[in-house]
Design a protein around this ligand. Structure first.
Ligand code: SF4
Ligand code: SF4
Length: 385
């Protein structure tokens, strides 16, 4: 292992400051973060040590630890000093990516290239962005339409995940919502790209989407990904993109409370819900998904161990969805086991990254005949007349 001195020149210091990495100075090395980190369940990863290296100005940029943190925020909520580890990690990655001082993991490099070239992490053509919706007769968003519905790129292009974007549309139609979509000139929200350290690509995505939304007169956006939600709501305003953003779960709950959805069909299943870090710890949205699930007739909701504020990440945040995680080190495998242990036949999610990881785990651990992965939207649609 080659330990490279981090030259704390103006450029590097500026990058760390700009990306919010400056809280490393507050760390007094108690180690609570390392003790909290879910990586302990599967391998050794010492975030305290990484922060110590940053403090000393000595970081091994080639170390895979630079790319390990999933930004799940569990340690941030426990740190007595208010250190924001995901921001420090993002600053480190930004230094690697933008200064080119070490190798970006291959799979992530491909993802960054895809987003730069065609505006989505899967590398699919922009012209195919509306394919998922061709037979659904959805109008293009124009000024005056109440809601812009914006599905995640994963739900647009992945053949299996498309069912969630389609379920959202069917529910919006049944509720009589006035909504439209945009496809020609919109791109990925950029969440993964920013957390992977590519700030310049992220900012160009922000600009493209903000221009497209502004030109179309968008005021309110409903999203089906907590990653789009967090990024549009909390990060776009920094660059002038200011829109009212609603996650589909919040919108669903409102529709149910207003009596606009007729949930009459029984869904006689034992269901457990995996909190998404981005919806839970980042946005404090814990009750809404559970309230929606409880409003489905016949459905029995059981809790996973480590739920709500203590939930374990699916492993897909901070760009890790696009990186290979070795067998035996996947958090999603652990969560599927826990779902089975509480007797669930459905593991419900409210996030496309959770869905991708859990579906992969169910397949690779040969559990497809005993447990299904379903977005809450799909369960609601199953219960509608
Ligand atoms: S919990 Fe906070 S103060 Fe303690 S080692 Fe981790 S970052 Fe430093
Ligand atoms: S944010 Fe999550 S994955 Fe990253 S160091 Fe903290 S607990 Fe570990």
């Amino acid at each position: 292992m080659v330990i490279q001195p981090l030259t704390v020149d103006l450029e590097t210091a500026d990058l760390l400051e700009e990306a919010g990495g400056e809280t490393f100075r507050l760390c007094y090395q108690c180690g609570v973060c390392t003790g909290t980190c879910p990586w302990n369940l599967v391998k050794k990863f010492d975030i305290r040590r990484l922060i110590h290296q940053v403090r000393l100005g000595l970081v091994d940029f080639e170390d895979e630890d630079v790319w390990t943190c999933v930004s799940c925020k569990l340690c941030v909520d426990r740190c007595p000093q208010g250190v924001v580890m995901p921001n420090i990690v993002r600053a480190l990655r930004r230094t690697v990516t933008e200064l080119g001082i070490a190798k970006v993991p291959d799979s992530l490099r491909v993802t960054i290239k895809n987003v730069s070239a065609v505006g989505n992490p899967l590398g699919e053509p922009q012209e195919a962005r509306a394919d998922w919706a061709r037979d659904l007769e959805i109008k293009t968003y124009t000024k005056g339409t109440e809601i812009l519905y914006f599905p995640c790129c994963y739900q647009i292009y992945d053949p299996s995940a498309r069912r969630v974007a389609r379920a959202a549309v069917n529910i919006l139609k049944k509720a009589g919502t006035d909504f439209g979509i945009l496809h020609d000139n919109v791109v990925c929200c950029g969440e993964s790209i920013r957390k992977a350290g590519n700030e310049s690509v992220f900012q160009s995505l922000v600009q493209t989407n903000t221009n497209a939304f502004t030109e179309a007169g968008v005021e309110k956006i409903v999203v089906t990904s907590p990653h789009c939600y967090h990024t549009f709501k909390d990060e776009y305003p920094e660059f002038g993109g200011d829109f009212k953003v609603i996650h589909s779960i919040q919108y669903l709950l409102d529709l149910i409370k207003q009596g606009r959805l007729n949930l009459t069909k029984e869904v006689n299943k034992k269901v457990t819900y995996a909190d998404s870090c981005c919806l839970g710890r980042y946005q404090d949205i814990y009750d809404e998904p559970r309230e929606v699930l409880r409003s489905i007739p016949g459905l029995e909701l059981v809790e996973l161990p480590y739920n709500r504020e203590n939930s374990i990440c699916c492993g897909g945040c901070a760009g890790r969805l696009w990186m290979e995680t070795k067998k035996g080190e996947r958090f999603s495998d652990i969560r599927v086991e826990q779902a089975l242990d509480v007797g669930a036949s459905v593991l419900a999610v409210a996030c496309p990254y959770c869905m991708a990881n859990y579906e992969d785990s169910v397949l690779t651990t040969d559990k497809a005949d005993v447990i299904e992965i379903k977005d809450i939207l799909e369960l609601v649609l199953d219960a509608l007349d």
